[in-house]
Design a protein around this ligand. Structure first.
Ligand code: B12
Ligand code: SF4
Ligand code: SF4
Length: 253
């Protein structure tokens, strides 16, 4: 049955699938590679395409339909807001190992992928965690502008987290955004990682409708409704216009 599920997943463009156990249910865990190259601009690569939540959920729905066809009574798909930490489940499903940069790394894909999973009542033998491990070169920690990887992972010093924070930022936080040069997200600890020195095809869905660079004038004068209509389909819009304009002001000063 696992092979049948993997075959259907491949037909849907999902090449990396693993199986784990979660609270008495089976988890079908899938990786969604999104790296389409670095483009000049102030967005991190994961924010170039239309919102990954929508793309991943749609793929999981299609795979879930197949699970129902082969006898599943319960099928629930999750990305980002499920009951388990996504990386943890993918790790236990044998899909990768933890990098010092705190991300999950897959030997064939590096770290530029999203994780989504389906919880189901189908009885599927769990896979085992991978033996491989991060090269431990320390380049990610050395390159991190906020020192967020000096000891474990400290989200308070992570530029990706700061760009997504609402409200007024401290002078230190503003300086970090300026130093890193990102208006949304941050790729620095992935850019320097040797595990990402590989070639692979991203899923085509992540290469369409891309935006690489934001400017204040794109949002100035837009009402909330207009902003939502124009940019609501992108992950960078989820914290709203004010957060983006605040970050852009820091970068454009
Ligand atoms: C909140 C969040 C963030 C916050 C982090 C807050 C925090 N405190 O961790 C911020 C905004 C900083 C963030 C940034 C990014 N994120 Co994020 N984020 C999430 C989210 C939604 C939840 C993470 C969470 O709550 N963790 C809670 C803590 C407790 O979990 P944890 O730190 O991972 O540790 C647990 C396990 O992983 C495990 N564990 C940790 N280390 C180790 C080591 C070993 C050896 C073992 C066995 C276990 C283990 O034990 C812990 C307890 O369960 C996840 C999706 C999800 N629901 O899981 C995406 C997710 C982790 N993010 C993702 C991405 C892509 C990013 C960015 C690259 C985006 C960007 N370009 O800016 C950056 C990377 C920053 C970095 N260096 O990690 C992807 C990662 C894919 C991957 N290859 O790993 C995820 C999985 C989203 C997805 N569905 O694909 N993120
Ligand atoms: S995403 Fe950027 S700020 Fe966050 S840990 Fe990686 S390099 Fe540091
Ligand atoms: S940069 Fe080096 S230490 Fe950091 S995650 Fe990659 S291999 Fe591991």
């Amino acid at each position: 049955m696992k092979e049948k599920i993997k075959r259907r997943a491949r037909e849907l463009g999902i090449r990396e699938v693993g199986f784990a156990e979660y609270m008495g249910r089976s988890a079908v865990v899938c990786l969604f590679p999104y790296f389409s190259g670095y483009e000049p601009g102030n967005l991190s690569v994961y924010a170039y395409s239309l919102d990954y939540h929508v793309i991943v959920r749609d793929k999981l729905k299609q795979l879930g339909n197949y699970l129902s066809e082969i006898g599943a009574e319960t099928v629930e798909g999750f990305v980002d807001i499920g009951p388990e930490v996504d990386k943890n489940l993918a790790y236990h499903a044998g899909l990768g190992f933890y990098g010092r940069n705190s991300l999950l790394i897959n030997p064939r894909l590096g770290s530029y992928f999203f994780i989504g999973y389906i919880l189901t009542d189908l009885k599927l033998e769990p896979d085992r965690p991978m033996e491989a491990s991060c090269k431990g070169c320390g380049r990610c920690a050395a390159a991190c502008p906020g020192g967020a990887l000096d000891s474990g992972f400290n989200a308070e010093h992570c530029v990706s987290a700061i760009t997504q924070k609402k409200g007024e930022l401290t002078p230190e936080e503003k300086a970090l955004i300026k130093k890193a040069g990102y208006v949304f997200g941050c790729d620095i600890c992935q850019k320097v990682c040797p595990h990402n020195d590989i070639d692979f095809e991203p899923m085509p869905e992540f290469t369409q409708n891309q935006i690489f660079n934001l400017k204040s004038e794109m949002f100035d004068g837009l009402s909330k409704r207009e902003f939502k209509e124009k940019f609501g389909g992108y992950a960078f819009a989820w914290r709203g216009k004010a957060v983006l304009l605040r970050n852009l002001k820091i970068l454009e000063e």
